[in-house]
Design a protein around this ligand. Structure first.
Ligand SMILES: *Cc1c(COP(=O)(O)O)cnc(C)c1O
Length: 396
């Protein structure tokens, strides 16, 4: 009798959850590279389409590799159901598309992933869905922001790229009191360091492209949460088409087997880099959730079991020094990603957030000299050595 992975600890489930083996009795799951699945007769096919039997029909709907990935994240997040999509943004859009209708209002934290911000300001208004932003640092102001037509609260914590935090306990309590749905983008912390469902989130969204892959190879997204909410998200995705490829799902599912040890090492390295940065001349406001000087350190300790891999700091030399700093890095990569085994540095003011005006950037916590670092799995001494020489050379 084989042990049911659902009856084990989360780390064991993450390593052991697998779709049933084929007649070849493989140990590692194969890639189900097939567009569709066959039926023995018309009656079986009819029953599958009628949802009377649980069968794969067509890979835009379901696929064993995709289901396996969603199941692992479901177990790690402690959710009832899950579905995986082609990218993180597909997961965000399918959630909005499934749960919001014309006339609804969405309340979102001000500091939010760039493409999500664009979706709120440019795409959803065309479908009659309005939004407003709440200030993560001022929980007392949240209550008054809920409108009669507020259907969903959406938050991201830690925030990108400022590494501020949203108090999930307060937000969960507000959603409950006002009877509004709460969805949390958990891409930065991963379920290893933060479980939003424990604080009252109804849905949790991931860009699996980040730490779940963890090695900068493939894109993917996941939505997990209450079964009656995941069902419409699945129906929306199945019809509109952002299906995750079986190959990407296979990569992502295998990656989850090492997620916990990677996150532990990422956090250990990130804390070492953050503590070192804090002592450097010309560096102000180092923000890392588990750094004692983080203004929301108490919130971090309440809702996170580890600080994740991402930190931000401000160079006193502003925009020009930010660019010089990036040019001076010899080991850290300049690339538009995060959550990789390789340390990545970015300068939001001159790249991802360059289209915003300076006051708009300041409103989302991005001063001109802000640098974001996604600390990787190199030896932290080497990361620090690179940052040290880049700091020295970037001084005017
Ligand atoms: C990257 C990212 C996304 C978007 O995910 P993609 O896989 O790039 O579509 C959404 N939210 C956060 C917090 C992210 O870092």
């Amino acid at each position: 009798m084989k042990k049911d992975p659902k009856a084990t600890k989360p780390q064991t489930s993450a390593v052991r959850t697998q779709v049933p083996v084929t007649p070849h009795r493989e140990h590692s799951v194969p890639i189900y590279a097939t567009s569709s699945f066959v039926f023995d007769d018309s009656e079986e096919m009819r029953a599958a389409f009628a949802d009377e039997i649980d069968r794969n029909i067509y890979s835009r709907f379901t696929n064993p590799n995709v289901a396996e990935l969603a199941e692992k994240i479901r177990l790690l997040e402690g959710a009832e159901a899950g579905h995986a999509t082609a990218t993180g943004m597909a997961a965000v859009f399918c959630t909005f598309g499934a749960l919001l209708s014309a006339g609804d209002h969405l309340l979102c934290c001000r500091s939010i992933f760039g493409a999500t911000h664009t979706m709120l300001s440019k795409i959803l208004p065309r479908f009659g869905i309005e939004h407003s932003y709440f200030d993560a640092a001022d929980p007392d102001s949240w209550d008054a922001q809920i409108r009669k037509n507020t259907k969903l609260i959406f938050a991201e914590t830690p925030t990108n790229p400022a590494v501020d935090l949203v108090d999930l306990e307060r937000l969960g309590a507000l959603a409950k009191k006002k009877n509004v749905l709460l969805a949390v983008d958990n891409a930065f912390a991963t379920p290893i360091h933060q479980k939003p469902i424990d604080f009252g989130a109804h849905l949790v969204i991931h860009s699996a492209t980040k730490f779940i892959d963890g090695q900068g190879r493939v894109m993917g997204g996941v939505v997990v949460g209450r079964a009656d909410l995941v069902k419409p998200v699945f129906d929306f995705a199945r019809t509109t088409g952002p299906a995750l490829s079986p190959f990407n799902a296979w990569i992502l599912s295998k990656s989850i087997e090492t997620l916990e040890i990677r996150m532990e090492k990422h956090a250990e390295n990130a804390l070492a880099v953050a503590e070192w940065l804090e002592k450097q001349k010309g560096v102000a406001d180092v923000k890392y959730p588990f750094l004692r000087s983080h203004p929301q350190y108490a919130v971090a300790k309440r809702q996170m079991t580890g600080g994740g891999a991402v930190l931000s700091f401000r160079l006193e030399g502003g925009l020009a020094q930010g660019k010089r700093f990036l040019d001076a890095c010899e080991l850290c990569s300049l690339t538009a990603n995060l959550g990789d085994t390789r340390t990545i540095v970015s300068h939001p003011s001159s790249t991802t957030h360059a289209k915003l005006t300076e006051p708009e950037r300041l409103a989302v916590g991005i001063p001109p000299g802000l640098v974001r670092v996604s600390v990787g799995l190199e030896h932290p001494d080497d990361v620090i050595a690179d940052l040290r020489q880049a700091l020295e050379r970037s001084r005017a």
